[in-house]
Design a protein around this ligand. Sequence first.
Ligand code: ARG
Length: 584
Amino acid sequence: MNVTFNLASELETALQDAAQTAGLEADALNTEVRTADPRHGDFQANGVLGYAKARKLNPRATAEQIVAALPEDLLARCEVSIAGPGFINFTFGADTLLDWLQKHDTVDHLKSGASAFYQGQRFVVDYSSPNTAKQLHVGHIRSMVIGEAICRMLSFCGAEVTRDNHIGDWGTQFGKLIWGYKNLLDENALQTDALEELERLYKAADAATKEDAATLDAARAELVKLQQGDAENLALWKQIIAISSSAFQKVYDRLDIKFDHEHGESFYRDQLARVYQELEETGLSSESQGALVVFHPEHPRFKTQPFIVRKSDGASNYATTDLATMLYRTEHFKADAIIVLTDTRQSDHFQQLWLTTVKWYAAKNYPLPRFEHVSFGSILGDDGKAIKTRSGDPIRLHALLEEACDRAYTLVSEKSPDIPEEERQEIGRTVGMGAVRYADLSQNRSSDYVFNWEKILSFEGNTAPYLLYAVTRIHSIFRKLDFDPATIETATAAAPETPNEQALARKLVGLAAVLNMTTEQLRPHFLCTYLYELAGAFSSFYSADKVLVEDEAVRARRLLLCARTLLVLETGLHMLGLRTLQRM
Ligand code: ARG
């Protein structure tokens, strides 16, 4: 592993060593290096402030001590300055920028700058995870799109990623569904649109059980029969799952998502007894009104709000399967880290799950993985309320994706009517899917966001069309020259010189640091902002500095910048799950 490919981590190591040399408590100093505001430098370290404050030292003086101990060879390549309350800024010389540009000629070499972050760590990512027998609606897209981007970024940074679609296929809905199927089925409707019919059956059965106690009992009996392994109900259950799966699969195919496993809740049904037993034997659970529950006395809310792990009728629930899932992922996948994506409404559940796991694992001496509940807000309509169709129903995801591709196709056809029809269709799909995805990823996931077609399909601003267009623009430069940017001659190119060349190069060298921050916080919008700014830096460079000039040396060094911008933009967009285009 050649870590000099990563300038930020090279600085972090140098800072650690310097702090040691200067006689400071190096281990206690946060030497994290981030990309800086370009007015101050390429990178900044601001951990000195906290360190000095905690020890009542003068932060500037502490920073000066560290800087004085930095190695000569680094100071020769990099200007170091101290700003404000002890922030250390680093500005690399043009030769180092050139060195970076020369070395980062392929996706693999870009990877090598980041691959040290999670080398050898196993991540299980649980995302999408819809409930069976329901249509996917627009709200389901967040988990899919953010989850897939997180998987791709983590693997890029060296992690071993297992994608697990934790389908909700064992819930109480099956009692009603099976009762509905047996009593209310419309065979024709099942032939035409099976999932639609299942959804109707569920609603009708649900209504019937509310009206009539005998029906409710009948539905419960169907569920018990299923859970006890009744052959007829198991066969029906399997059929229902198959119908759902094939509908989900169509959406996954469109979004280029492939899971390694689809261990739904039902997968764990034989592993629940162990959960009850271990929680009881370790004294973590108690009986409360016939149910098995776990309280967390140290927590303000969960000391009275129980985590119910077995219902009073003896049935398992969401908590039970999630505890069994936790165990399976630790024991079978040997996960170092587990990430689950759902909207923020499930925060309590996952907090309780984690509190319980920590105590359970400690009592049993199981190795504790890292756990992250990656939560996100809702998608809103223009009125600021949860997005709905005109008739007030949730918007089907399938229909939304279809509309995105249609709208993008229309836009492309207006802009570039000369491109052949079939290619325009393909461009429409790429831009449409990219726009929907990017709209979701470019916002801080914790917030709600307003879904607006004009905005997400605009060629201006932080959007997919803007970035995809930037990519095609660079492709067209190389097309004019009739050569492949991957084969560019780098050895003889000179260092970036003009202010715009340098600004662009400085943006490029920040990629690894940005990925570090993005994966640390599991917030893809950091990468989006970076790519948007990179495209902006390219745009300023391209309008100020002509690329295809007579002077061969100037042309070579500018072409090198074009080639690397293209590589970083494409790699970044692919990591976010977007496809890119040669022209549009
Ligand atoms: N099926 C759940 C839902 O639709 C999400 C499951 C998330 N994963 C988990 N391990 N609980 O809300």
